[in-house]
Design a protein around this ligand. Structure first.
Ligand SMILES: O=P(O)(O)OC[C@H]1O[C@H](OP(=O)(O)OP(=O)(O)O)[C@H](O)[C@@H]1O
Ligand code: HPA
Ligand SMILES: [Mg+2]
Length: 185
């Protein structure tokens, strides 16, 4: 799927594919340096983080284990419900492990705030966050993030794992939706 397939649904391309890939390689370089000699477990937060996780993992040189958690707080709307549901827990016991949580976006911060508390209670050796996107103007709870790809405006974005009502996740770029798609004018 590309921008042309989206017809009038797409308002604009916010971050092109090439810029995403360049940034992910840059983040991987920092992570490689910080975790050299350590055994790293990267945890992708399903479903949004699938693309970031897949590209980041392939750009890393440090050996990693990969695990997944599925949580959801958005449902079909464009606002977080604030209620985080765990749909799938980790397969791994993270006690004593170095954990890096990989996310597509920090919007209100409610998902990661809840998730970090949850993971810290399992006594990992360390737990840090890598997020591709962050909306500084939307954050409701401060989150300590070690690796951030892009700070973006407070607009609903789609693509590269991010959905609107489960659509558009497979776009290779980050775009903004035309307001008519989600009930605007
Ligand atoms: O900072 P927040 O306001 O909590 O928003 C960020 C979270 O919301 C989205 O997930 P969602 O719950 O929609 O599930 P999904 O990953 O399956 O799309 C996104 O992937 C993040 O996990
Ligand atoms: O801007 C967004 N787009 C898609 N999913 C999201 N989940 C939180 N924020 C967003
Ligand atoms: Mg998510």
């Amino acid at each position: 799927m590309d921008a042309a397939d989206m017809g009038q649904d797409l308002s604009s391309v916010l971050i092109p594919e090439e810029d995403l890939q360049t940034k992910i390689k840059e983040l991987a370089g920092k992570i490689d340096a910080d975790y050299a000699g350590k055994d790293l477990l990267i945890v992708g937060v399903l479903k949004g983080a699938v693309m970031v996780m897949a590209d980041l993992a392939r750009a890393l040189h440090v050996p990693v284990h990969m695990d997944w958690m599925a949580v959801s707080s958005y449902g079909a709307g464009t606002k977080s419900s604030g209620v985080v549901r765990v749909l799938k827990d980790l397969d791994t016991d993270i006690a004593g492990r170095h954990v890096l949580v990989v996310e597509d976006i920090i919007d209100s911060g409610l998902t990661l705030s809840w998730l970090m508390n949850n993971l810290k209670s399992r006594n990992p050796a360390s737990v840090e966050i890598c997020t591709l996107l962050r909306k500084p103007d939307a954050v409701k709870v401060p989150i300590d993030v070690r690796y951030v790809g892009f700070d973006i405006p407070n607009e609903f974005v789609i693509g590269f794992g991010l959905d609107y009502d489960e659509r558009y996740r497979n776009l290779p770029f980050i775009g903004t939706l035309a307001p008519h798609v989600y009930g605007g004018e």
